[in-house]
Write a protein that binds this ligand. Structure first.
Ligand SMILES: [Cu+2]
Length: 152
């Protein structure tokens, strides 16, 4: 029975995948960045963090080989003017989804080793209080992109 064989392989696949999935209480989704001008010294990267675990976690730091230094930043409206501010940590309560984006939280990349070119990727390591360090692959989108082009 072809149907039964298909069901068996599907359930086996789900079983094998379960341990890795269970460990990933903290998910880093859709890492992306905007392409930068050739002369740009700085850039920014964005992610969506989902805390599926039972405890609060915190994003504490970021680093990437494409930048001399990375900081956690947000945008604040001060008397009608949007300004960037460094934040010490990004709090992730249980069940929370925290979306970074061009007008809010971002990972600021200072001292780019070269321009971020559309269609390329680069590694980004995020360090969490509980989940430890995780490295993800950031996709570079167009210079005016409002979000990631894949994985809506
Ligand atoms: Cu910034």
């Amino acid at each position: 029975m072809p149907t039964r064989r298909l069901l068996l392989s599907l359930s086996l696949g789900a079983f094998l995948a379960a341990p890795a999935w269970a460990q990933e209480a903290l998910k880093i989704e859709q890492p992306w960045a905007r392409a930068t001008a050739t002369s740009a010294k700085n850039g920014a990267a964005y992610v969506r963090l989902v805390n599926g675990g039972p405890a609060v976690d915190r994003l504490l730091a970021a680093s990437s080989p494409v930048a001399a230094r990375a900081e956690l930043h947000t945008h604040l409206n001060e008397d009608g003017v949007m300004k960037m501010r460094q934040v010490a940590a990004v709090e992730l309560p249980p069940g929370a989804t925290v979306a970074f984006g061009p007008s809010g939280l971002h990972i600021m990349l200072f001292g780019l080793t070269g321009p971020l070119k559309q269609g390329t990727t680069f590694p980004l390591t995020l360090t969490f209080e509980k989940a430890g360090s995780r490295t993800v692959t950031v996709t570079v989108e167009g210079a005016g992109a409002r979000g990631p082009s894949q994985g809506g």
